[in-house]
Design a protein around this ligand. Structure first.
Ligand SMILES: Nc1ncnc2c1ncn2[C@@H]1O[C@H](COP(=O)(O)OP(=O)(O)O)[C@@H](O)[C@H]1O
Ligand SMILES: [Mg+2]
Length: 403
């Protein structure tokens, strides 16, 4: 098959796009954080699902490495049930990937309690070694972890041009303290970094997650407010959408008309996942149409229908009838795609429904919908849809139900 005909667009969680458009301001912001020698600010990168957090975090990695930073970390999507011990092991595991090629001699081990016999000349700084230090340090997980991190720093700090380590964690909104079990893994992470950063150790946190992430950090530890610079990823500008669409096609014989590009800008509303999704569809279709000699055009309603069934309908199917009714009321609010208050929903439901919702009921239902990942509460106490373009989808459902 002609390589030029391979579809370059990649809708899918964490799939690197053929061209990463826009995000210059965010990248500059991140680069500024890299200039710190004493870490006063860590990064939180948040935004709705599909807005491009994971791929942007990936794009930051080489930038940081070029500046002399080491990069460790993982995806925390399964971390909801972690306890303090697990999160400590998580950090040690991530760190050991970086440190395991390093060998330490006897003198460097002085003052640290290793189980290995002292006559061993050299020891690798691998997971086992880190775990030994952890286990042999008395005290709470935080004391143990601090000892390990300080020790690693004492070894790494002599490496020429070494700036520090970035601990990058994706889907960090899944971290949680569990008061009922007396387990505080989230607070542990915050305390640990706060404490070592005070000692001038340049280990920086870069957390990404849904918009619930930052409020959650502040809930756990109020000092998080000052500890993080929050970057809120939003939809792309029209110019950036154009780049995302056109740049991957620069070497292709396929060119999109101005009208098609405008259609894509309108349909995607600048949301990266939708851009990739729509472009992938359009590309396949255009290739077919060109081979039959037809003049290609963007079949907007077909694409929207396909997107509805691929992206939205699964989430919609999980909502109860009464929840759908509430969501339909919200979709009629002018601000549904930005933010709305409980009061606005109550008022609107009086206009629209025979049995309107009371405010405590709305409150309670929004909480449930928030757990289901459909809405989230921002720090001003207002709500927003947690899924981009959900308002439009809900309105389309109503029209379908009416016919
Ligand atoms: N700046 C961008 N330009 C073009 N496509 C992008 C951009 N950011 C993300 N994408 C695409 O959007 C989709 C979602 O990105 P992802 O990083 O998984 O989002 P998130 O982590 O916020 O849910 C992927 O298909 C990715 O290729
Ligand atoms: Mg992601």
């Amino acid at each position: 098959m002609n390589k030029r005909l391979l579809n370059p667009f990649k809708p899918g969680a964490g799939h690197r796009p053929p061209y990463l458009a826009g995000r210059e301001t965010e990248t500059q912001g991140f680069s500024r954080l890299l200039k710190q020698s004493t870490i006063l600010e860590n990064m939180v990168l948040t935004g709705l699902r599909g807005v491009g957090k994971t791929v942007l975090l990936d794009a930051f990695k080489p930038i940081a490495q070029k500046e002399g930073w080491f990069w460790v970390g993982t995806d925390l999507s399964e971390s909801a049930s972690l306890n303090e011990e697990n999160i400590a092991i998580r950090l040690l595991t991530d760190l050991s990937i970086l440190t395991s090629p390093i060998t330490i001699g006897q003198s460097q081990r002085r003052g640290i309690d290793f189980t290995s016999s002292p006559e061993i000349e050299e020891q690798k700084l691998d997971f086992q070694t880190l775990q030994q230090i952890y286990q042999n340090t008395p005290g709470l997980p935080i004391d143990k972890l601090k000892q390990v991190l300080e020790f690693v720093w004492s070894i790494l700090k002599d490496i020429p041009d070494f700036k520090g380590i970035i601990f990058a964690y994706d889907e960090a909104q899944t971290m949680a303290d569990h008061t009922d079990r007396d387990q505080y893994p989230l607070s542990l992470i915050l305390d640990i970094f706060q404490s070592i950063q005070k000692k001038d150790i340049p280990f920086m946190l870069a957390l990404t997650g849904l918009p619930t992430l930052f409020p959650k950090l502040v809930d756990a530890r109020t000092y998080s407010e000052r500890m993080f610079r929050v970057v809120f990823l939003d939809r792309l500008s029209d110019a950036a959408v154009r780049d995302a669409v056109e740049k991957p096609l620069e070497d292709h014989e396929l060119k999109l008309s101005e009208q098609s590009i405008h259609q894509i800008i309108r349909l995607s509303d600048g949301y990266p996942y939708f851009i990739q999704y729509i472009c992938r569809e359009v590309y396949d279709l255009f290739i077919q149409q060109i081979s039959t000699g037809a003049v290609p055009s963007v079949p907007a309603s077909e694409i929207v229908r396909k997107l509805d069934s691929d992206f939205f309908s699964g989430r919609w199917a999980k909502a109860t009838d009464r929840q759908r009714e509430l969501l339909a009321v919200i979709a009629q609010l002018e601000g549904c795609d930005t933010e709305f208050s409980v009061q606005e929903v109550v008022e609107k439901s009086k206009d629209l429904l025979e049995k309107p919702f009371g405010s405590s009921h709305v409150n309670q239902m929004l909480c449930t919908l928030s757990d289901a990942g459909l809405v989230y509460k921002n720090r001003r106490g207002k709500y927003s849809f947690a899924v981009p373009l959900l308002g439009g989808f809900i309105k389309r459902q109503e029209i379908q139900e009416m016919v």
